[in-house]
Ligand binder design. Structure first.
Ligand SMILES: Nc1ncnc2c1ncn2[C@@H]1O[C@H](COP(=O)(O)OP(=O)(O)OP(=O)(O)O)[C@@H](O)[C@H]1O
Length: 489
C-alpha cells in the first residue's frame, strides 16, 4: 500500500464500508473497465420517497478506486436521490481527507461516474411512460423547483445559475440523445456529459443524466432520414422539442415533485401561456419552439429570454464558469461534421431518377431524391442559360422538378399537425423557413389542416419545414405546424 495515501483513505481500505451488491437493485452503474484494470460498480435500492435505502459498491483495481467507492457509498446511503446527485468531486475528496495523490484522482472520477450511471439506470427503469410518449402532469402540486436541461454549453449553464440565484430549487439534467463522439463537441459525447455534471456541481446543483437514445432515435433521427427519402426537408430541432426534450424534463420534474422545467433557449413565456420573442433578436429560437405542448409551456421558464448572448457569456465569465468560452453548438447536434447529405445517404438506399422541368421534359438524371431539397440551386448537374432551382421533389416517381426562380414563388401553403398557443385568428404573419423574415398571411381551416394565404410571395417553401405564425405586431407566437405537400395524402 503506497504511503502516499492519507489516513482516511487507508481507513477505507482496511475497513471498507458498504461493499457488496444490493439484491434486486433499482439501479446499477459501472465505470471503468476490467481490461484496463480499474472498475467501480454501484447498486442501489431507492425507496418510494426517493431515498437511497441501500447503496453497495464493488471496486476492482487500484486502492484509490476501492477507497473512493467506499467513501462515496457511505456518503450517499440514506440521502435522497437529489441530495446524493449533488455530491461533487470536492465533497468526495474531502470525505477521503483531501485530494488523492497525483495519478490516483481517477478513483474519484470512476466512483462518481459509476454512481451517476446507477442513477441513470434507475431513471431508465422508471421511464416506460416517457418512452411511450405518454403525458406529464401540470406541475401544480410540485414544489417551487425546476428541472434545468443542461447540454454542457454556456447557455444552459447560465440558465441553471440564474434560476438558482432567483431562489428556485434547481436540478440539472443532461440527455444522452445519440452516441456522439468522444472528444467531439457533440452535446452527448461522454466527455460533455461529465463536463455538464461538473459544471452543475460547481454551482452546487444536483445533476442527473437521462438516457434518451431510443426515444431520440425513434422520434428524431429516423424521422430526419425518412423525411429526406419522402421528399421533405425536416427540422430535427423542432422534432426534438416536440417529442423529446421538454417531455423528458417534465418527466423528471414530475418524479422529483418539482413544478417547472427550463432550457437555455432564447424565448419568453408570456400570459396565456404563450410564446414570445426574446430580448436578443439575433438569437431568437421561437421558430423551433412552436411544438411545445401548451400545458408544458405553462410550466416552462426560459431565463435567457431577457438577456443578450454577450451578457450571458459575461455572466458565465464573472461567475468563473468553465463553460464561458465554449463555442456555439453546431446546427444539427447528431451530425457533428455538418454533412447531413452524407449522413442521410449512409442510411437510405438512393435510387436514380430523372430531373424534369415543370412540363415533364427530361433535362437530366440524378442519383437519388435524398440529395435534393426545394430551393436548392447547386449540384443539380443540369446546365441551362438561366439559373435553375429545385421546385419540387417527387419521391413516388423519383423525379426532381427544376425551374426558374419565378417558379419557386409560393402564395399558398398547407399546414398540418398544428399546435396553437393563441386563437388561430390572431395569426397575421408567418415564417416558413428557419432563416427568413415572416410575411403577412391569412389562415383558415382547410381539409385536414390549415390553408395559409401568403400576402407576399415567398420563394422556395419546402414541405417538412415549419410554418410559424406570429401576431400582427410580430412579438408573440400564435402557433405553428408542418408544411405539407399539396398532393400528399
Ligand atoms: N443533450 C442535452 N441535454 C440537456 N439539455 C439539452 C441538450 N441539448 C440541448 N439541451 C437544452 O436545449 C437548449 C437549446 O439547445 P441548443 O442545441 O439550441 O443549444 P444552445 O443554444 O447552443 O445552448 P447551450 O449553450 O446550452 O448548448 C439548451 O440550452 C439546453 O437547455
Amino acid at each position: 500500500m503506497p504511503e502516499r495515501y492519507g489516513p482516511r483513505v487507508i481507513e477505507h481500505l482496511v475497513n471498507p464500508r458498504n461493499a457488496g451488491e444490493v439484491s434486486g437493485p433499482s439501479g446499477v452503474g459501472e465505470a471503468g473497465n476490467a481490461a484496463c484494470g480499474d472498475q467501480v460498480r454501484f447498486t442501489l435500492a431507492v425507496g418510494e420517497d426517493l431515498r437511497l435505502e441501500e447503496v453497495r459498491y464493488r471496486a476492482y483495481g487500484c486502492a484509490a478506486c476501492i477507497a473512493a467507492g467506499s467513501a462515496l457509498a457511505e456518503l450517499v446511503e440514506g440521502r435522497t436521490i437529489i441530495g446524493a446527485a449533488r455530491v461533487s468531486r470536492g465533497e468526495l475528496q474531502e470525505a477521503l481527507g483531501g485530494p488523492l495523490p497525483p495519478g490516483k484522482e481517477h478513483g474519484v472520477t470512476l466512483a462518481l461516474d459509476a454512481l451517476h450511471r446507477a442513477f441513470e439506470d434507475y431513471w431508465s427503469r422508471q421511464g416506460d411512460a416517457l418512452l411511450a410518449g405518454d403525458g406529464f402532469g401540470d406541475g401544480s402540486g410540485g414544489r417551487r423547483g425546476v428541472v434545468a436541461a443542461m447540454s454542457g454549453g454556456v447557455d444552459s449553464a447560465v440558465t441553471a445559475l440564474l434560476l438558482k440565484e432567483r431562489g428556485y430549487e434547481v436540478v440539472a439534467v443532461t440527455f444522452r440523445l445519440h452516441d456522439g463522439e468522444p472528444g467531439s463537441r457533440s452535446c452527448c459525447s461522454p466527455d460533455t456529459v461529465l463536463f455538464a455534471r461538473e459544471t452543475a456541481h460547481q454551482m452546487g446543483i444536483p445533476h442527473f443524466t437521462l438516457n434518451l437514445r431510443e426515444l431520440f432515435d425513434r422520434r428524431v433521427m429516423r424521422d430526419f432520414v425518412g423525411s429526406y427519402a419522402a421528399g421533405r426537408t425536416p427540422n430535427p430541432c423542432v422534432a426534438c422539442n416536440a417529442h423529446v426534450k421538454f417531455h423528458a424534463a417534465a418527466f423528471l420534474a414530475d418524479r422529483l415533485g418539482l413544478r417547472h422545467v427550463a432550457t437555455g433557449h432564447y424565448a419568453r413565456v408570456g400570459e396565456g401561456p404563450c410564446l414570445e420573442r426574446p430580448e436578443d433578436g439575433r438569437k431568437d429560437q421561437t421558430y423551433v419552439l412552436w411544438p411545445v405542448p401548451r400545458e408544458l409551456l405553462g410550466r416552462t421558464i426560459f431565463p435567457l429570454g431577457d438577456y443578450r448572448k454577450d451578457e450571458v457569456r459575461r455572466m458565465a465569465e464573472e461567475r468563473g464558469l468553465a463553460v464561458a468560452r465554449t463555442p456555439e453548438s453546431q446546427d444539427i447536434c447528431f451530425i457533428p461534421d455538418g454533412d447531413y447529405r452524407s449522413f442521410v445517404r449512409r442510411r437510405v438506399r438512393s435510387e436514380p431518377g430523372e430531373i424534369v422541368d415543370r412540363r415533364g421534359r427530361v433535362l437530366g438524371r440524378h442519383a437519388g431524391v435524398v440529395n435534393f431539397t426545394v430551393g436548392q440551386r447547386r449540384g443539380l448537374g443540369v446546365s441551362a442559360s438561366t439559373p435553375l432551382y429545385v421546385t419540387e421533389v417527387r419521391p413516388e416517381s423519383r423525379q426532381v422538378v427544376v425551374g426558374s426562380r419565378r417558379e419557386l414563388e409560393v402564395r399558398e401553403v398547407l399546414v398540418r399537425s398544428a399546435n396553437w398557443f393563441l386563437d388561430p385568428r390572431e395569426a397575421a404573419l408567418v415564417q416558413v423557413r428557419y432563416n427568413s423574415e415572416p410575411v403577412p398571411c391569412e389562415v383558415e381551416r382547410g381539409g385536414d389542416g390549415w390553408e395559409v394565404r401568403l400576402l407576399e410571395p415567398v420563394f422556395g417553401v419546402a414541405p417538412g419545414q415549419s410554418a410559424v405564425f406570429y401576431t400582427r405586431d410580430g412579438t408573440k407566437v400564435v402557433g405553428g405546424g408542418i408544411i405539407a405537400r399539396r398532393d400528399a395524402a
